[in-house]
Write a protein of this length. Sequence first.
Length: 136
Amino acid sequence: MQFEKLIGSMGPEGRLQGSCCAPMDEARYHQQIEGLKKYSDIAEVPPDPYDIPAQLAYRLMGYYTLTLNKDERAAYDYAMQNSDMQGPCCCKCWRWKVYGGLGKYLIRTRHYTGQQLTDLWNVGQGCGGATDTRMH
């Protein structure tokens, strides 16, 4: 919780780097970077899940509390149930709120479906490790 509060105070050059819960796997990392290229036209999607500008993370965390309507909520709930981590990350850390906020933002502004969000979360999760299996 303390770290989440500090993210907003990091300067314009501040970055959140590294994996969340497991050492990064180089082969998996390269797969993720390649997979995230399909989202390059969306400025809010970090192109590297292990190197996120702090100001972007802070902005996306702000969307985490966004109240979704019934249809939007259904899309979000679908992603929560069907993503590899049963959510945007393997644990409820700052990254959970960043990617959870990103999901709500994309559902609201780009009308993402639950499957589209699931696909993004699966490629963008920053938990580390060689696989997409749930760690916790």
